[in-house]
Design a protein around this ligand. Structure first.
Ligand SMILES: [Zn+2]
Length: 323
């Protein structure tokens, strides 16, 4: 069977697998309360040598020498953790040593990068490759994957981070903006969030055009401004309050516990006109609503590889793929 790596004009190529670990303990800095853990996004590099060649500026940062049980922390993650080089983290029962701190871009927006084989069952995969002919490669990947399988090719400079799901803001920035919570996984793809974080951050309030909402206190300010702008632009009837599907929801994306946490778990996303914009189908959202919420700094799920037309979430760097 042909592989993606055998495509036309392909030079260096390597795969990266991302996913969510639970950080149970730390030798220094922030520790979760007993029985709870911090969600922690990690990327496993198939080859640190090739990764260092393909990611600009990644030479001489220790990536090539990443050994077993060794982690490199992204700078923002190190700051949140209050952990330095030499510190140790326990991720899902396994102890890791922090051997370096690298710029966020070098970690591709993940909280840490690790060498070696990813845990069984992690499915978030992307391929980093050197290619001179983008269109030929696109045709090749389509042939390898078969019709109907969604994929996207991104080149340097087109996106803040070359990574899986590059349309969403990486988790560590949600932590930086909204605070890091500890949690534990419960049934049904849901999590139980540390009560102290929830009480300090999640508020019940009212927003224009929608009504009652439960949301992060910082995010709701942006949503309110966006909805006000929609009303002022005469687009209010484009929002159907009876189709509002919520803001705060402590769960995984698609309630799938093998994936990543939803931005709803931070109370930093809203689902508008859900009935007429279901996940995975062509969005019917009024273009003015999309534009005005983007101007408020939100990302729209309707732009994603598998569209989520109802979904608007906080973005550190708004990324507009419709242009
Ligand atoms: Zn949503």
């Amino acid at each position: 069977m042909p592989t993606v790596a055998q495509g036309p004009g392909i030079g260096e190529v390597t795969t990266v697998t991302g996913g969510l670990h639970w950080l149970e303990d730390s030798s220094e800095g922030r520790k979760p309360p007993p029985g709870l853990a911090f969600p922690f996004e990690v990327a496993y590099l198939d080859s640190g040598v090739t990764y260092a060649k393909l990611i600009e500026g990644a030479q001489n940062l220790g990536i090539k020498r990443l050994g077993r049980g060794e982690l490199l922390l992204a700078a923002t993650a190190a700051e949140i953790r209050e952990v330095d080089v030499g510190g140790a983290l326990v991720l899902d029962g396994k102890r890791w040593r922090v051997t370096g701190i690298v710029p966020d871009s070098i970690a591709s927006g993940y909280e840490a990068i690790a060498g070696g084989a990813p845990p069984v069952g992690w499915g978030e995969l992307y391929v980093l490759a050197e290619s001179k002919d983008r269109r030929a490669w696109h045709r090749w990947v389509r042939r390898v994957l078969g019709p109907g399988e969604p994929f996207r090719i991104r080149a340097k400079g087109e996106t803040p981070f070359l990574r899986y799901a590059d349309g969403v803001t990486p988790q560590m920035y949600f932590k930086q903006r909204f605070g890091e919570f500890a949690a534990r996984v419960v049934s049904g793809g849901r999590i139980e969030v540390d009560e102290r974080w929830r009480r300090a951050n999640i508020v019940k309030t009212r927003i224009p055009l929608v009504g009652k909402v439960t949301c992060h206190r910082k995010f709701v300010v942006q949503v309110r401004k966006g909805l006000k702008a929609i009303a002022e632009a005469g687009a209010a009837n484009g929002i159907r309050p009876e189709e509002f599907a919520g803001c705060y929801s402590a769960r995984f994306i698609g309630s799938d516990p093998s994936g990543r946490l939803s931005s709803h778990a931070w109370g930093a996303a809203v689902d508008l006109n859900a009935g007429s914009n279901p996940f995975g189908s062509e969005p019917t959202m009024d273009a003015r609503i999309v534009r005005l919420l983007k101007e408020e700094g939100l990302n729209w799920g309707g732009d994603w590889l598998v569209p989520d037309g109802m979904h608007f979430e906080w973005a550190k760097i708004p990324t507009d793929f419709s242009r």
